[in-house]
Design a protein around this ligand. Structure first.
Ligand SMILES: Nc1ncnc2c1ncn2[C@@H]1O[C@H](COP(=O)(O)OP(=O)(O)OP(=O)(O)O)[C@@H](O)[C@H]1O
Ligand SMILES: [Mg+2]
Length: 601
């Protein structure tokens, strides 16, 4: 019934066949063998009960017929009541088994899904940065939520629908053959016909299911983007552009949704028609046989009910195929995330908050870039043979044109990427060996785009040093935030956020710098951290940072020469290569690129 063969052709690395995804999903379940067996046994028991009850029904009919038809017929009341009593008991037992099975299953499935979600969440912290650059946020969010839920909808069918219906098929077929081989053959011919049709139709549905999910994800991503860029959209009067993109995606979703639903819509009436024809043939044949006397009325009744059950079982299995189609597409998406290679630098979840662990009184480290070359994609080298030594407790400024590779250099130091060639060492230990988590302990970074979360100014500054009031106060002072905080309606308790408009761009930057100061890092990386502040404020902040440097090895990326001039060492990076290194005075005297930038030459 599964269409494993079909999807093999379309399987790409990471995307699995339907059967493969299904096997994988079942392996992920934490239901436990005993519980799964109990669930299946309950379901099988209930099915067996149903079959038995039907056969008793035939026996009851025969007792009534024997007791009423013909001369001198005497109703065997004792037998009749006994049979009816047994039948009632069987029905009750089957019902309670169905109930137990349902309860067990629901609980087990929900727990497994919750666990699966935890694992994805966990995984997201271990995925390399590269993964997020290549995957849209909408796709990730839908994997965490909708796909996980949808994948879980195949669990119940696999544990219940398949075993019970397979059992029904076998038992009912066997009993039918005993009752009347002719009627059994008629009913049996209908089975494969229905099954073949069902598998043919659902085979056509898998690609539509794929499109449906990818489009849903794209749509979610688009909405998220539109929301976060709404000012820009309005500023450019580009609402119409966004609306057009939305319409196109919406239309595509509608089409794929319609095509996917088409399966379910076509399958049911086709199978119902086949059923009706089979039922008609059975009724006529059965009736003729009863008249002939080759079949008792009770047996004919049971045969017809069984034939109905047989086709029902086939129909349920067919419906299961459609569900599986959609569920396995989702399962393979979830699997893709869970099986994506980890950031090789991240070993495990950090124990405890990062900053406490490294100890704030350790000495600043020496950082050495040795022959570092790096490329994001194979054909475009971004850094070429960078050799650089950051002595403990000094400040190194990196200057250079836009796109020279300055931010890339800081990314490598943070172990977001590994150098293609060469190595970076912190106190003699290779960053690659340290692993991202250890390399990043004691490191504070202020990136080009200030990142604030929704919370108070205090919470934003105290990120990583929770509760340390003196650290916050010092950071506010050294980061030259005093006046800004004083002007805020609730001071340090004013709620700010990435989207909030109560802070200017420069003020947001200063908050993130204060956060870095509060963390008392051993390694401080500032990438254009104060570029939006006015030159005077920037200089004041840099001076304050310079006072801290006894405990910190600092890397400052800057376009402002006055800021660079404060550094112990200035590195000029052009097109991924270091072209000059030296102090402000040395570089001015040398009269090279730096001197030209300063307007001296
Ligand atoms: N994630 C990435 N994937 C692929 N290429 C990238 C990526 N990030 C940067 N690049 C490329 O690497 C080069 C260096 O980028 P980088 O961000 O290091 O420049 P930069 O010196 O920091 O520039 P700026 O002064 O504008 O911040 C650029 O040509 C850029 O296109
Ligand atoms: Mg940059």
């Amino acid at each position: 019934m599964s269409d494993a063969g079909h999807s093999t052709a379309t399987s790409a690395p990471g995307v699995d066949t339907a059967a493969g995804s299904l096997r994988w999903l079942m392996a992920q379940l934490r239901i436990g063998r005993a519980r799964a067996a109990t669930i299946s046994l309950c379901a099988i028991g209930a099915t067996g009960g149903g079959v038995l009850a039907t056969m008793l029904f035939g026996a009851v009919t025969n007792v009534i017929v024997d007791g009423t038809v013909g001369d001198g017929a005497v109703m065997d009341w004792k037998r009749l009541w006994t049979l009816l009593g047994i039948q009632l008991a069987v029905y009750l037992l089957a019902a309670s088994l169905t109930y137990t099975q349902g309860q067990l299953l629901t609980r087990a499935v929900q727990r497994s899904v919750a666990m699966l979600r935890t694992r994805i969440e966990d995984k997201i912290h271990r995925l390399p940065l590269r993964y997020f650059e290549q995957t849209s946020r909408g796709a990730l969010v839908s994997r965490l939520t909708a796909h996980t839920d949808n994948a879980s909808t195949v669990i119940a069918p696999v544990l219940v629908t398949v075993p019970t219906n397979a059992l029904t098929l076998v038992v009912v077929t066997a009993v039918l053959f005993v009752l009347s081989p002719v009627l059994a053959l008629v009913a049996l011919v209908a089975g494969p016909v229905s099954a073949a049709l069902a598998s043919y139709i659902s085979r056509r549905s898998r690609p539509h299911q794929e499109t449906r999910w990818t489009t849903t994800a794209a749509l979610a991503g688009h909405i998220e983007e539109t929301l976060s860029a709404r000012r820009m959209l309005q500023g450019y009067n580009a609402e119409a552009v966004a609306a057009r993109r939305f319409d196109a995606l919406n239309e595509r979703l509608f089409r794929s949704e319609r095509s996917a639903q088409w399966t379910a819509g076509t399958l049911a009436p086709v199978l119902a028609a086949i059923n009706a024809v089979v039922f008609l043939i059975l009724a006529v044949l059965g009736g003729l046989m009863v008249v002939d006397g080759t079949l008792s009325l009770g047996a004919a009744q049971v045969a017809i009910i069984f034939a109905e059950q047989l086709t029902n079982a086939v129909r349920q299995l067919a419906g299961f195929v459609t569900k599986i189609q959609s569920g396995t597409v989702s399962a393979s998406k979830v699997r893709e995330v869970l099986e994506a290679p980890d950031d090789d630098a991240v070993q495990s979840r950090p124990e405890g908050g990062g900053f406490e662990y490294m100890g704030r009184h350790r000495n600043p480290p020496e950082i050495v870039f040795r022959d570092v070359s790096f490329a994001y994609s194979a054909d475009a080298p971004v850094l070429k043979g960078v050799n650089l030594r950051l002595r403990p407790g000094t400040t190194t400024a990196i200057v250079g044109s836009t796109g020279a590779g300055k931010t890339t250099l800081t990314n490598l130091l943070q172990a977001f990427y590994r150098p293609t060639i060469g190595s970076i060492t912190i106190d003699g230990e290779d960053v690659a060996d340290l692993g991202a988590h250890r390399a990043r302990t004691g490191m504070a970074v202020v990136t080009q785009e200030p990142w604030l979360f929704t919370g108070t100014v205090r919470e934003n500054i105290a990120y990583g040093v929770a509760g340390d009031e003196t650290a916050v106060a010092r950071a506010v002072h050294d980061g030259h935030l005093d006046q800004i905080v004083a002007a805020l309606p609730d001071g340090l308790d004013t709620v700010i956020g990435q989207e909030s408009e109560n802070l200017s761009a420069g003020e947001k930057q200063l908050v993130t710098v204060a956060r870095a100061i509060a963390a008392s890092p051993r390694i401080l990386i500032l990438d254009e951290a104060t570029s939006s502040a006015d030159p005077r404020t920037e200089l004041l902040v840099q001076r304050a940072l310079n006072r801290l440097r006894a405990g910190t090895t600092t890397l400052v990326v800057t376009h402002r020469m006055a800021t660079a001039a404060l550094a112990d060492q200035i590195v000029v990076l052009e097109a991924g290569e270091i072209v000059e290194v030296g102090s402000h005075d040395e570089l001015l005297a040398a009269g090279g690129v730096y001197a030209r930038r300063c307007g001296v030459v």
